[in-house]
Design a protein around this ligand. Structure first.
Ligand code: HEM
Length: 428
């Protein structure tokens, strides 16, 4: 059922009956919530005005690719992985994606999740929207949806549509993965310039999923570690180094076609124009790094800490010269430096679009910062990511890192107007 049909059948609230029951059951008041979702309340005028705004406004993104990939990287992240619940059906997957699409489209425009929203419904029912984003602007919120390998197992009749290579990532040297921070049937990447807006989005999408899917794990991120447009400054990661210098930029259509978008010739039809998203929760051994000499830090990265310039010379954006040697004949950019091993020259020309964030999740039992980089990258195939990470197996930076979470998802293209995310996959 399309979002438009959902709205016709279930009223201006736009959420399906099951979605609404999910919200209500969560609060122990199923019957009341259905009334709330149909917008029969004193707040209906507010709801209708907002509904007009959503119809007038253009959908976020370019209409071909989902937003949140080439969009200028926002300052904050809330990333969540979801699993479908036991005894759910393919219809539940379809209705969930329809409800998510509807609510996501609204929230990306700064609106409540439904027309009645946080305060426009019945006072006797729990509100559709949790309310903490009331009065806040959209803050460039983008919501990007991905489908994990497990969605294509035998539960929902989708196995024949599984893209080749959409498998759990293989084990890599240095992995110490926590299964409870890895994988998931779906992922949703919420990025916004206000952390409250990103958290509100994941919280409400989770509520809408009630009874159909549940959050498996989630990660907050602050401080982007990449740039996706030439006018964004290059930020710094928690090692204090500029990160994102050599990233693929939104205006480089040729590089995006070559490295990020899945061509029609390469995958199931439903994924054409989409991408693959890799998430790696990488713990950084901050205290060890902070006791390391500056010259050694530079050697490990292959760039200088001040400017982010390659150690072979030039400014930040100079191309690294891996053949350059010093007076003693040693390579200026170390053979085990991160930049050399991650560089396209070392990886058959492969480039990744990186979109990661810093995180600090309190302190460990040893009183150390539980900190790191929540690495996110978009690429045309899982193999391309695997190639680069295998190349990094001898990375000198590996001594200061531990990969503790991991996930791979296929990212469908943007839905056609009025259709749901993944409509091509589900035939909805
Ligand atoms: C905590 C972990 C990591 C840190 C602190 C880190 C840091 C950096 C820094 C400082 C740069 C140089 C500036 C730039 O071009 O962005 C860089 C480049 C890069 N990194 Fe990482 N990185 C990490 C993990 C990874 C992982 C897991 C991958 C992929 C498997 C990766 C792939 C790349 C790529 C492709 C480049 C660009 C190389 C080039 O074209 O010059 N990085 N990283």
């Amino acid at each position: 059922m399309t979002v438009a049909q959902e709205q016709t059948e279930h009223g201006a609230g736009g959420l399906s009956r099951r979605g609404l029951m999910g919200l209500a059951v969560g609060a122990g008041a199923a019957g009341l919530a259905i009334g709330a979702g149909t917008g029969i309340s004193g707040g209906v005028a507010l709801g209708r005005a907002r509904e007009r705004r959503i119809q007038d406004a253009a959908a976020a993104g370019d209409g071909i690719h989902q937003p949140g990939i080439t969009t200028p990287v926002q300052d904050h992240l809330h990333f969540a992985a979801f699993d479908m619940m036991a005894r759910t059906s393919r219809d539940d997957v379809a209705s969930l994606l329809a409800d998510w699409t509807y609510a996501a489209t609204r929230m990306m425009q700064g609106l409540d999740v439904s027309a009645t929203g946080a305060v426009g419904g019945s006072p006797e029912a729990p509100p559709d929207d949790t309310g903490e984003a009331l009065g806040l602007p959209a803050s460039n919120l983008t919501l990007t949806f991905g489908f994990g390998p497990s969605l294509f197992d035998d539960r929902f009749g989708l196995a024949s549509q599984r893209p080749d290579g959409l498998e759990r990532l293989p084990a890599f040297l240095g992995d110490d993965l926590d299964p409870e921070r890895s994988d998931g049937d779906f992922c949703i990447q919420a990025c916004a310039d206000d952390p409250q807006v990103a958290v509100h989005a994941i919280r409400n999408l989770s509520r809408i999923a009630f009874g159909r899917a549940r959050i498996r794990w989630s990660q907050l991120g602050f401080g982007r570690t990449s740039k996706t447009t030439s006018d964004q400054s290059t930020p710094r990661n928690l090692f204090g180094f500029k990160d994102g210098t050599a990233n693929i930029l939104a205006d480089d259509a040729a590089a995006l076609d070559e490295n990020v978008w899945v061509p029609a010739s390469e995958g199931p039809a439903w994924l054409a124009g989409g991408s693959y998203l890799v998430a790696r929760r990488i713990a950084m051994l901050i205290e060890t790094w902070d006791r390391t000499r500056l010259a050694e830090q530079d050697r490990v990265v292959g760039r200088d800490k001040a400017q982010g310039a390659p150690l072979s010379g030039g400014d930040e954006f100079a191309a690294p010269d891996f053949a350059a040697t010093d007076a003693a004949g040693a390579p200026r950019i170390d053979a085990r430096s991160h930049v050399r091993l991650a560089h396209p020259d070392t990886n058959g020309g492969i480039r990744l679009l990186r979109r990661g964030y810093n995180f600090v999740d309190g302190t460990t039992d040893l009183g150390r910062l539980n900190a790191g980089l929540f690495f996110l990258s978009f690429q045309r195939s899982p193999e391309r990511y695997i190639t680069v990470q295998r190349s990094l197996s001898t990375d000198a930076m590996g001594e200061y890192l531990k990969h503790v979470g991991s996930g791979l998802w296929s990212v469908p293209p943007a839905p056609a107007p009025g259709a749901s995310i993944g409509a091509g996959l589900l035939g909805a």
